[in-house]
Design a protein around this ligand. Structure first.
Ligand SMILES: Cc1cc2nc3c(=O)[nH]c(=O)nc-3n(C[C@H](O)[C@H](O)[C@H](O)COP(=O)(O)OP(=O)(O)OC[C@H]3O[C@@H](n4cnc5c(N)ncnc54)[C@H](O)[C@@H]3O)c2cc1C
Length: 466
């Protein structure tokens, strides 16, 4: 695939396998060794780079893991490594790390600097919480993190107060946090030949491979060669989230961070952002898409389990037409879905029902953050007083698929919320699931986990009703 992009301050036109990991391209072909090879699976952050793209004429930057970033994704974009932000003096971010002793062996340091600089370049408010979120996927094995936290506080003081949010790039350049050439990037990106804007109508073939973030496909370099690779980020409007005619439309290309930022989703489903922070780390959340999570079909896929209880319809591009499938009926068996080769998920459409709505998501993993679930579960209740008018329950890690709990959900409808119905529905839930013993726990352990997660839904529901 021929791609045209800007690497640091240099425009490149190259021919490359679109699934080739960006990390390997940077180190092996460009000699940019600030980008470190760590885990190779997006877990450690040592390979973090910044990716900038023009979206509707606005330049957006985000920090991403280059080890699982497919090279084809660079087309039409600005890729930045530490070499691309180095100037004659240390940047305020680099200086804060040095001053606070936030560097020991130094292996992870470029990744931390890139995550924080990428965050400063984004449009998020500069707060301590947001700086720390930006490095939640960067692991350091020697500093103990306190010195890194002190460096973050210093950055907040120096950059946070000196920044003009209306023109962040010029402002950051003025503070020497990035070199001056960044101010010319928007114009330079417009001039690139390779910024395709594909219609979803572009004919797909049976063997077409769609790539969202590649965070599933590229783990351990498992992307199989394919002559017809298409990038979801090149498809028009596929990342839009909007409200229309009593439906919330969530584009399949929306990333986990897009969901965190969505005012509409946060308005209707308060707490959804907090649940999203339980998914991986920002360098993954910045690229991992909803469509990729669904089609990955992992029985513990957090987004699938969460969205199952919102009662949505999937809109799927199939040949020349569009078909709709109830999400509850989409998963058939382990990794078997109602999706034919070459079909593209465009969006999910969530109906907005009237009435009082309670929504909750629970996840248990070996550690709270940065881990996949042993068991997860979501619930959505519509209530009139204490009476359940509609209920949807789901669970992950207890069946071959992300499981919509049909029997339990139906049984709860029409009941009044009480301890008794909680205990009774747990019995029904236990009959609906079929967990197996694996590395994440024995089948009995997973039953016990889900029992507790269902209780957690009811305890929170009860607190919310009071
Ligand atoms: C370090 C790390 C941590 C992770 N943590 C979590 C976690 O906490 N919770 C969790 O649920 N997952 C986690 N994952 C798994 C993964 O990141 C998510 O499942 C993610 O949402 C996959 O999306 P993607 O866009 O990267 O998928 P991709 O890798 O791009 O694609 C996955 C599959 O979906 C297909 N596809 C993508 N989009 C479409 C579409 N619109 N239509 C049709 N087919 C499509 C692709 O062809 C491919 O077969 C983690 C992964 C990593 C590497």
């Amino acid at each position: 695939m021929k791609i045209n992009f800007i690497l640091n301050n240099e425009e490149l036109k190259i021919d490359i396998d679109p699934q080739f990991p960006t990390l390997r391209f940077l180190r092996e072909e460009k000699g940019l060794t600030s980008v470190k090879t760590g885990c190779g699976e997006g877990e450690c952050g040592a390979c973090t780079v910044i990716l900038g793209s023009l979206d509707n004429g606005v330049l957006n930057y985000k920090n991403v893991a280059s080890c699982i970033l497919p090279a084809g994704e660079l087309n039409g974009k600005h890729l930045v490594t530490l070499e691309g932000i180095n100037g004659p003096e240390l940047s305020p971010v680099q200086k804060a790390f040095v001053d606070e002793g936030a560097i020991q062996c130094g292996f992870c340091t470029p990744g931390f600097i890139m995550s924080i600089t990428g965050f400063l370049l984004s449009d998020r408010d500069i707060t301590m919480e947001n700086i720390l979120n930006s490095i939640d996927g960067n692991i350091c094995r020697c500093t103990g993190y306190y010195s890194i936290k002190r460096a973050a506080e210093k950055i907040l003081k120096i950059v946070g107060t000196g920044i003009d949010n209306k023109d962040r790039i010029s402002s950051l350049a003025g503070l020497s946090a990035i070199p001056d050439y960044f101010t010319e990037i928007p114009e330079r990106l417009k001039g690139l030949t390779g910024s395709p804007d594909m219609d979803s109508e572009s004919t797909a073939k049976e063997n077409t491979l769609y790539i969202g973030g590649g965070t599933d496909l590229l783990v351990s370099g498992s992307g199989k060669p394919n002559p017809d690779v298409r990038f979801i980020s090149d498809i028009k409007n596929i990342s839009d989230i909007f409200e229309d005619n009593n439906f919330i439309h969530v584009g399949a290309g929306s990333t986990v961070e897009d969901i965190i930022d969505s005012e509409i989703l946060n308005k209707y489903f308060p707490g959804i952002s907090d649940f999203m922070y339980l998914i991986s780390s920002q360098i993954i959340r910045n690229t991992a898409t909803l469509g990729g999570n669904i089609v990955n079909a992992s029985p513990i896929g957090d987004l699938s389990v969460l969205f199952l209880v919102l009662d949505p319809v999937l809109e799927i591009k199939s040949g020349d037409g569009i078909r709709e499938v109830l999400f509850k009926e989409f998963f058939k068996d382990y990794k078997v879905m109602d999706l034919e080769p070459g079909e593209l998920i465009l969006k999910i459409k969530i109906p907005v029902y009237p009435g009082k709505r309670f929504f909750n998501f629970e996840k248990v993993s070996r550690r709270k953050y940065l881990d996949i679930a042993s068991c997860n579960s979501a619930s959505c209740f519509y209530l009139e007083g204490d009476v359940i008018k509609k209920c949807d329950l789901s669970a992950g890690g207890v069946a071959p698929v992300p499981l919509y709990m049909k029997e339990s959900s139906a049984w709860l409808t029409g009941k009044e919320v009480s301890k008794e119905i909680m205990n009774k529905v747990i019995e029904i839930v236990m009959d609906e699931i079929s967990p197996i013993s694996d590395v994440r726990g024995s089948s009995d352990y997973k039953r016990e986990l889900l029992r507790r997660l269902i209780k957690a839904h009811f305890i929170k529901l009860n607190g919310w009703l009071k």
